[in-house]
Design a protein around this ligand. Structure first.
Ligand code: E4P
Length: 217
């Protein structure tokens, strides 16, 4: 399973990339706005830090302008994945860009029917938003299960990129279902590797070790 980081904060990405656990990055217009920086500059910097796909989202809503924005974003670096919303114009843009060999991430997916269309449009990734579905009382993980099943039946190459992740449990459930990618807010990746029992256990081991007076090197 691949882990992407869901942020436009280059400092956070630099720090987390050093763990060797980061396979890519996703951004969206809200995350770019939060960074307070020019989009092209941020995407260029992220692409220098991370070798894997870096999602950069178009902001137009009509096919012609989306396609132009997609070309502009894809030219920033070879690892840019152009992100388009799951609308008719977004799907048309996805088809056109993927036919040209550009990676495309179809975002704002909230149903299995939408995910089926994204795969048929040649998406590299489809991003179902599990947290936002949970927020309205639906079951986000059930959607992941459905998409993984459907894509498996038809052997679609589109990767299921689990988005709007709220905690480690979403990631573990997605892994059990066989989703290919999860995009994690930095805090969720940290929650995954931090555990109070690990800290407590390590402190006890080191205290006992100190008593021996030994050193390994
Ligand atoms: C990822 O591609 C999405 O932009 C992101 O996961 C959305 O998450 P949110 O629902 O926490 O804003």
């Amino acid at each position: 399973m691949k882990f992407f980081i869901d942020t436009a904060d280059v400092g956070e990405i630099r720090e987390l990339a050093q763990t060797g656990l980061v396979d890519g990055v996703t951004t969206n217009p809200s995350l770019i706005a939060k960074s307070g920086r020019p989009m092209a500059e941020v995407i260029r910097e992220i692409c220098e830090v991370v070798d894997g796909p870096v999602s950069a989202e178009v902001t137009a809503t009509d096919f012609e302008t989306m396609l132009k924005e997609g070309h502009y974003l894809a030219a920033i670096a070879s690892n840019v994945a152009v992100k388009v919303p799951l609308t008719v114009d977004g799907l048309k843009t996805c088809k056109a860009l993927s036919d040209e060999g550009t990676q495309v991430n179809v975002t704002l997916c909230f149903s299995a029917a939408q995910a089926l269309l994204a795969a048929k449009a040649g998406a590299t990734f489809v991003s179902p938003f599990v947290g936002r579905l949970d927020d309205i009382g639906a079951d986000g993980m059930e959607l992941i299960e459905d998409i993984v099943q459907i894509y498996g039946v038809y052997d679609f190459p589109t990767e299921v990129l689990v988005a709007s992740v709220r905690g480690p449990n979403h990631v573990v459930q997605a892994a059990k279902m066989g989703a290919g990618v999860a995009t994690l807010p930095p805090s969720v990746l940290r929650q995954m590797y931090n555990h109070p029992l690990t800290d407590k256990g390590l402190a006890a081991f080191l205290a006992d070790w100190k008593k021996t007076g030994q050193s390994i090197l």
